[in-house]
Design a protein. Structure first.
Length: 140
C-alpha cells in the first residue's frame, strides 16, 4: 500500500474520506446527519480532534483534521467511526418513520458477516484513505 494511505505522522494534518458500506444513502435523513455532527463536536471538545474542514455527503464523509492530544490519529478516527456507527444504527432501529429500516439493517448485518472483526452490523467501510497535508502542493 502507498505511503499516502497510512497515518505516519501522529501530529500531522490529514484529509480522510470514509463511506457507508455499499455507498448506501444514509445521510439523506437529517437525524442521522445530526448524530454525525454531534459526534464531531464531541471529538473536538473532549478528544482533541482539531477539525479544519468537513463535508457530509449522502453516503460518505470528507474530513480534514489533526489530533492535538497523544492518541494516534487512526485511533481517534476509529473511535469516531465506532461511535457514529452504533448511534446511527440505533437511530435507524428506533425510527418508526424509517421506510428503509429492514433493508438498511439487513445490508449492515450481511456486511458484518463478511468481516472477522465486526460482530452485529458493519456501517462504515474499513478504509479511510488518509492523506497527510504536509505541503501546499499536496493540499492543492
Amino acid at each position: 500500500m502507498s505511503r499516502n494511505y497510512k497515518f505516519h505522522n501522529p501530529e500531522g494534518l490529514y484529509f480522510v474520506s470514509f463511506a457507508v458500506v455499499g455507498w448506501l444513502d444514509v445521510f439523506t435523513r437529517n437525524e442521522y446527519k445530526d448524530l454525525l455532527l454531534e459526534s464531531l463536536e464531541f471529538c473536538q471538545n473532549s478528544k482533541g480532534m482539531e477539525i479544519h474542514a468537513w463535508c457530509i455527503m449522502t453516503n460518505h464523509v470528507h474530513l480534514i483534521f489533526r489530533n492535538t492530544e497523544e492518541q494516534k490519529p487512526e485511533l481517534l478516527l476509529g473511535d469516531f467511526k465506532r461511535f457514529t456507527s452504533r448511534s446511527v444504527i440505533k437511530a435507524i432501529q428506533e425510527n418508526p418513520k424509517e421506510s428503509r429500516k429492514e433493508f438498511l439493517l439487513d445490508y449492515f448485518k450481511k456486511e458484518a458477516e463478511k468481516s472477522s472483526n465486526t460482530t452485529n452490523f458493519q456501517f462504515w467501510s474499513h478504509d479511510n484513505k488518509p492523506i497527510e497535508l504536509w505541503s501546499n502542493e499536496v493540499i492543492q
